[in-house]
Design a protein around this ligand. Structure first.
Ligand code: FBP
Length: 546
């Protein structure tokens, strides 16, 4: 593999571990736990993995460890730091017993079912230490949910004498990890399943999980790019930049980028939903800022738009809900029809209110909403050009205001989507350390006989020595939600808290940012240099933990 100069230097970085994981470890158990909601249903569905205690690792005495092989799967979208979780797993597994083996299943959960795997050895792993991407073993979105998949997986686990499986994924993948843990526990197959909280979206967090890995690096990458655009924008003073940033549902990425770069406008989907705003109201708000700035002679600006916006506009959200049910019940009837016939079929089957929303949307957006779903049933919002939809509507509104003599400016929009470019960036020091600690923690959970747990590392705004590592039962994070037309147990997604400090900080400043030009240029991620620059966490995390 050819490597860049940065990669060569970065390979030598030794991630820092919390004190409690640096030597021999002992487990401290807390009180039994409950799911966040729907306790009765969740308990019924997970009788073997429900109610287990929280776990914290503290320094302990060295004990002999049985030989054990471990399997690992990278699941879902890439997030910087995945390779370091695997490095943490590898080093910890070998530390327990050099004879232990680590196997990587290839291209996501599908690799387990199809028996595609590789043994992760030191020579294989070393070039990937502290690098971004998931290319070491690949990732995929195959949903592990059927018994025959679990049984197929068991065959290869038995063949390789694997006693524990680590699934590195987001909320959907960890939900599946929990279902698998429950299944293997119920069947007494002797296979433990442990999850690790990954996703750049930052929406897999709660009282126990302070942040999902990858959020730190991805937002720093986007913030660098947004800052660069802001500087260009403030230099030329002739464009309005509409920047969509990733984050399928929650607006954590948009919010964090706004806190780092202070754009003129940042939409927050959760607020739009709460205020029951229509698409037209959102457009009017943006157009008003454009008109105000034009009046001051500033025909330029930057708008940050969360990728998941469309689903949070209440009327569109209701439409998607009905389309999901229609797709689940009758998808087969119209999936293979031509475009016009599909549209006709859908229009005929929608309720009146949702039909009129469907009709007002541009055809390509309506089609995205009505058909394409990922294997977990999610709308593929990263493929919807919300930034263009909004800027076209803003342009139309400004034209109208021009005719009414309410606006007299120039509006030249440019569009950007920052998503994939942040998912495989070289992990920041925070993500490099955090992920390595998560991998190490996962092995300690395994060594201590746990299953149905997610590895956690807390107290992450303190220095790494002070971080606290342990595990949280996955059932503790679950509730029942409607998916594909059915109620299912799932990990509750963390949306932006409108009463939380990060959002309140945006609200406090956004009027000033809209009217004046208050851009901040964060610059690229730094791996060496003053700790204030290299080791700072996200604004979100530090405000949440203030
Ligand atoms: P995960 O939840 O699996 O981490 O993926 C998040 C994400 O990056 C979203 O932000 C984005 O909408 C989606 O993946 C894109 O998916 P794909 O890689 O399949 O295009």
């Amino acid at each position: 593999m050819k490597t860049s100069a940065l990669q060569v230097e970065r390979a030598a970085y030794q991630p820092k571990l919390p004190k409690a994981l640096q030597g021999a470890v002992k487990v401290q158990e807390g009180a039994p736990t409950q799911s966040v909601d729907d306790q009765e249903e969740i308990q019924k569905l997970f009788p073997h993995t429900y109610g287990m205690p929280l776990v914290e690792f503290v320094p302990g005495e060295h004990t002999e460890s049985k030989r054990l092989n471990v399997g690992v799967i990278l699941s879902g979208g890439q997030a910087p730091g995945g390779h370091n979780v695997i490095s943490g797993l590898f080093d910890a597994v070998k530390k327990l017993n050099p004879e232990n083996q680590l196997y990587g299943f290839l291209m996501g959960p599908g690799g387990l079912v199809e028996h595609h795997y590789v043994e992760i050895t030191k020579d294989f792993l070393d070039p990937y230490r502290n690098t971004g991407g998931f290319d070491m073993i690949g990732s995929g979105r195959t949903k592990l949910e059927k018994e025959e998949q679990f049984e197929k997986g068991l065959e290869i686990l038995k063949k390789l004498d694997i006693k524990a499986l680590v699934i590195i994924g987001g909320d959907d993948s960890n939900t599946n990890a929990c279902v698998l843990a429950e299944y293997y526990a119920a069947k007494e197959y002797g296979i433990q399943v442990i999850g690790c909280p990954k996703t750049i979206d930052g929406d897999l967090k709660n009282e126990q999980i302070e942040t999902s890995f990858g959020f730190d690096t991805a937002t720093k990458t986007y913030a660098e790019l947004i800052g660069n655009i802001e500087r260009d924008c403030n230099s030329a003073r002739k464009y309005w930049h509409f920047i969509k940033v990733m984050g399928r549902s929650a607006s954590h990425i948009a919010l964090e980028c706004a806190l780092q770069t202070q754009p003129n406008i940042c939409l927050i989907s959760e607020e739009i939903q709460e205020k029951d705003q229509t698409l037209n109201e959102i457009v009017e708000n943006i157009a008003s800022v454009v008109a105000h700035r034009a009046h001051e002679g500033n025909n330029f600006g930057v708008v940050v738009i969360p990728e998941g916006l469309i689903e949070f506009i209440p009327a569109i959200g209701r439409l998607i809900g009905e389309l999901n049910d229609l797709l689940a019940a009758h998808g087969a009837d119209y999936k293979d029809l031509d475009k016009d016939a599909q549209r006709k079929y859908i229009l005929e089957h929608l309720s009146e209110a949702n039909r009129s929303t469907f009709e007002t949307l541009p055809e390509d957006v309506a089609r995205q909403l009505s058909l394409d779903r990922d294997p977990h049933g999610n709308v593929q919002v990263s493929l919807i050009e919300t930034e263009k939809l909004l800027s076209n509507m803003v342009a139309a509104k400004l034209e109208q205001w021009k005719k009414e003599k309410k606006y007299d400016g120039k509006f030249s929009p440019l569009h950007h989507f920052f998503g994939y470019e942040g998912r495989c960036a070289a992990p920041s020091n925070f993500d490099a350390d955090y992920c390595y600690a998560l991998g190490t923690s996962a092995v300690q959970l395994i060594a201590n006989g746990k299953t149905g747990y997610m590895a956690i590392v807390k107290n992450t705004t303190s220095c790494t020595d002070e971080w606290k590592a342990g595990g949280v039962p996955i059932t503790m994070m679950m509730n029942m939600e409607r998916r594909n037309g059915e109620m299912k147990p799932v990990i509750r997604k963390a949306l932006v808290d409108l009463n939380g400090k990060p959002f309140k900080t945006l609200v406090e400043h956004r009027e000033e940012w809209a009217k004046k030009t208050c851009y901040i240029y964060p610059g690229p991620i730094q791996y060496w240099g003053p700790s204030k620059v290299c080791d700072q966490t996200t604004k979100t995390l530090s405000l949440e933990r203030e």
